[in-house]
Design a protein around this ligand. Structure first.
Ligand code: NI
Length: 144
């Protein structure tokens, strides 16, 4: 098995809050991230796909193809958007880096063939805050 990775960046804003909680509790738990009008991040996403290189092309996946899948399915949806309000697949979900990476997984998984196995997503929210997901045991829960 060989693993190939495509990296992309996007900018988006979000607000961390749970509408089922009081303002006080939201402030206590989410603090600065609960700023009512949101705040922005420059996100970095790495998508790793594994497979056996095709004998004719030498590719696990044509990275141009992977680039376009990420662009169409992810970037177009989230770049320069407010993640709480503008993105259908994040509706009702607290847009933490953890929840976002799981939502991305569910979308990308559908776009690959059986031979192109989605292995890992790594999402940087900041230089220091990163989530990784390997497709196991995480369900994102809607607050609705
Ligand atoms: Ni944030």
């Amino acid at each position: 098995m060989v693993y190939v990775t495509r990296r992309t960046t996007f900018s988006a804003s979000h607000r961390l809050f749970n509408p089922n909680w009081t303002d006080e509790k939201n402030q206590e738990v989410f603090d600065k991230c609960n700023n009512p009008n949101g705040h922005g991040h420059n996100y970095v996403l790495e998508v790793t796909v594994g497979g056996i290189p095709d004998p004719e092309t030498g590719y696990v996946i044509d990275l141009k193809v992977l680039k376009n899948i990420i662009k169409e399915k992810i970037e177009k949806e989230v770049d320069h958007k407010h993640l709480n309000y503008d993105v259908d697949f994040l509706s009702g979900i607290i847009p933490t880096v953890e929840n976002i990476v799981v939502a991305f997984w569910n979308i990308l998984k559908e776009s690959l063939t059986e031979q192109q196995k989605l292995i890992k997503l790594k999402l940087w929210e900041t230089e220091s805050n990163i989530a990784e997901y390997y497709g196991e045991d995480a369900n994102i829960t809607s607050y609705k």
